[in-house]
Design a protein. Structure first.
Length: 91
């Protein structure tokens, strides 16, 4: 078996380790968005949300329930205020 120079082996190991770190971190980034509950986008997203494809995603993770923002039909129910085409729960 032919011997490889030590530098080539070190570079190969570094490349594999670097790729392994990236592969471990990618799922973490994907999971960060999964704890946010998206809502269907109707016009502009309500205050505190950003556009992500055809959905509005909260800017920050909230521990409150999923009923903080609902799509507005005619009027917002009691305890909610209007934000574009949505009703946002009063805090």
């Amino acid at each position: 078996m032919k011997r490889r120079p030590l530098n080539v082996l070190r570079n190969t190991v570094r490349a594999f380790v670097g790729a392994g770190v990236v592969m471990l971190l990618l799922p973490t980034a994907a999971l960060a968005d999964q704890d946010k509950t998206p809502i269907p986008k109707v016009g502009h997203c309500p205050v505190g949300y950003r556009t992500s494809g055809e959905y509005c995603v909260p800017l920050e993770r909230t521990d409150s329930g999923d009923n903080d923002v609902i799509i507005k039909l005619k009027h917002c129910p009691k305890g909610y205020r209007t934000s574009g085409n949505y009703c946002v729960k009063l805090k």
